[in-house]
Design a protein around this ligand. Structure first.
Ligand SMILES: C[S@@+](CC[C@H](N)C(=O)[O-])C[C@H]1O[C@@H](n2cnc3c(N)ncnc32)[C@H](O)[C@@H]1O
Length: 280
């Protein structure tokens, strides 16, 4: 495969999704797109690019789906979920009036294990938060992964990653080789397609944002823009959770660490403009 065509694919995914791939990733590009070429019966990568860039929206989406990395699992890294149960929900529940819905955004939710883990924690918290309404909005750029998330169907390997057996038996039923999550849990997550390179205003305001293991794929200016947009959607006393390899350090000053939990971020206090006395 010519390096020039590979470079055009690299430019394509950077422009469309912000994902930075280096030319050494040629093998990755070829391996990810080969099945699409085969299934779509397209002779070459060049031809596929021409069609996707020439207005074939379906093919365009298939390329984005193929070039995104959807690695995820239930209760990934554990600590953010402990923070959700032990700090975020108790603090928000205490501060918000009882009729207020608490809104959570999972900003790159992949196949849904992250938002579904949050629903399970909310059930665990029921005795503490009573009938408090909580809305979970879960977004991703990949339509293919969102439709898997909405199906609630996971294979044996997926349910063995991070999900305690007790919760597997409580929430899933065996369906052939796979496991199907209960419709009640699926219904409690509002999945929507959303590209983090775009303005999220239409999603509304949130009390907590999980934006985990996606910023690692972006360059620094893109990360900085995404942080700005998240800050614009987040309540001044809200929370932001990143992946274990992600940080705001050197990228944005819009967030600071929570007083007790270093990995938990909160919006930086807004600086009031300095008022100087003007002498006549
Ligand atoms: C590695 S997964 C992380 C999933 C989950 N947050 C976790 O930590 O387990 C990264 C997800 O980000 C999504 N993604 C990549 N670029 C994106 C973009 N520009 N906008 C929205 N989602 C994007 C991918 O489709 C993928 O599902």
């Amino acid at each position: 495969m010519s390096m020039m065509v590979i470079q055009r694919v690299i430019d394509f995914i950077r422009q469309q999704a912000g994902i930075v791939l280096t030319p050494e990733k040629a093998y990755f590009v070829e391996a990810r797109l080969a099945p699409v070429l085969r299934e779509e019966n397209i002779a070459s990568l060049e031809e596929m690019l021409k069609r996707a860039e020439g207005g074939d929206r379906r093919l365009h989406q298939r390329m984005v789906d193929a070039l995104t990395t959807n690695e995820t699992f239930f209760f990934r890294d554990r600590q953010p979920f402990d923070h959700f149960r032990d700090v975020i929900m108790p603090e928000l529940h205490q501060r918000r009036s009882p009729e207020k819905t608490i809104r959570i955004w999972c900003a790159a939710c992949s196949s849904g294990q992250e938002p579904y883990s949050l629903v399970m924690i909310l059930d665990e918290l029921r005795s503490k938060i009573g009938n408090r309404q909580v809305e979970i909005v879960a977004t991703d750029i990949s339509e293919a992964i969102l439709s898997k998330a909405r199906s609630g169907i996971f294979n044996q390997f997926e349910v063995q990653r991070g999900l305690p057996t007790k919760l597997l038996l409580q929430y899933f039923t065996k369906q052939g080789e796979n496991w199907k999550l209960s419709d009640d849990v699926i219904r409690r997550v509002n999945f929507q397609k959303f590209n983090l390179l775009e303005e999220p205003r239409h999603l509304g305001h949130f009390d907590a944002v999980f934006c985990r293991n996606v910023l690692i794929y972006f360059d620094r200016p893109t990360r900085s823009k995404v942080f700005d947009r998240i800050a614009g959607r987040l309540a001044p006393d809200g929370f932001l959770l990143l992946g274990g390899a992600e940080s705001t350090f050197g990228v944005t000053e819009r967030f600071v660490s929570h007083a007790r939990e270093r990995m938990l971020l909160i919006p930086a206090p807004v600086q009031k403009p300095e008022i100087r006395a003007v002498s006549a």
